[in-house]
Design a protein around this ligand. Structure first.
Ligand code: COA
Length: 255
């Protein structure tokens, strides 16, 4: 039986905990996940009692990227529609702090989702990266804009050009994650960070986020260039060949 709600929302006091619930696919972002996320945001965006949001993945992974099976079929129109990027922009604009709670893989769109959050707590076994160029595309959901702002242009180019995956400690050293904690303490440490924020003046926190995002938030021009570049790549032979090879792996392993 398929799960009708691939994103769950649980309320604990002033905090909403959103869990992407597709562990059998390492929480890959399908269109269904994106739609479900959008539906949940409608209420959260206008909730005056909300103090913060925690994003996590079910099981032992955050998110292993956009769903490659669906991505292979996407064209230039989909790129311009910014399916994942539009969602991440909306998450970034939530009026309260959003913390990504990261275990296991945060790759591709998963890493970009974490980038759109305000803070990132990762376990010692977490692995982050932007491997898109290996699939013949670019990180098209905000990383070309947000990653250099977080880790610096040199490191962003290193990560995006090589597609290499970085363990949590290295991600911490470059500023890609804010805290590294033992896996069994992820929930506790993420909640403690959120509690520390909730003790502050709630209007002050909302306005601090507004002011900081006005400096480092999204730029329409940068995201438009990213979408145009992705649109070209979505229709390339190279992308179809590379994604086809990823999807063929399963059949090869089964035979
Ligand atoms: N899209 C669709 N399915 C994905 C996925 C993705 N981004 N990431 C993982 N999955 C699926 C796998 O296809 C597999 O499905 P199956 O059991 O039906 O074959 C399942 O999740 C488990 O993944 P698997 O590859 O068997 O686990 P692993 O431990 O060997 O490898 C990863 C884990 C994350 C290294 C590997 O799955 C991977 O490279 N995923 C793609 C990462 C990526 O390029 N993301 C960016 C996309 S833009």
């Amino acid at each position: 039986m398929t799960n009708p709600d691939p994103v769950r929302c649980e309320r604990r006091g002033k905090v909403a905990i959103l869990t992407i619930d597709r562990p059998e696919k390492k929480n890959a972002l399908s269109l269904e996940v994106v739609r479900c996320f959008h539906n949940l945001l409608v209420d959260l965006e206008v909730d005056q009692e909300l103090g913060g949001v925690i994003l996590r993945g079910e099981g032992e992974n955050f998110v292993a990227g956009a769903d490659i099976g669906q991505l292979k079929a996407r064209d230039v129109g989909d790129a311009l529609g910014a399916i994942n990027g539009g969602l991440f922009h909306r998450i970034e604009k939530l009026p309260v702090p959003v913390i990504a709670s990261i275990d296991g893989y945060a790759l591709g769109g998963g890493c970009e989702l974490a980038l759109a959050c305000d803070l990132r707590v990762a376990t010692e076994r977490a692995i982050l990266g932007q491997p898109e160029v290996g699939l013949g595309i670019i990180p098209g959901a905000g990383a070309t804009y947000r990653l250099p702002r977080l880790v610096g242009m040199g490191r962003a180019k290193d990560l995006i050009f090589t597609g290499r995956l970085v363990p949590a400690e290295e991600a911490h050293a470059m500023g890609l994650v804010d805290r590294v904690v033992p896996a069994h303490k992820l929930e506790e440490e993420t909640s403690a960070l959120m509690e520390g924020i909730l003790k502050q003046g709630s209007t002050a926190i909302r306005l601090a986020k507004l002011a900081l995002n006005a400096q480092g938030g999204t730029s329409e021009a940068s995201l438009a260039i990213e979408a145009l570049a992705q649109g070209i790549l979505f229709e390339s032979d190279d992308k179809h060949a590379r994604m086809g090879r990823f999807l063929e792996r399963k059949k090869t392993r089964e035979s």
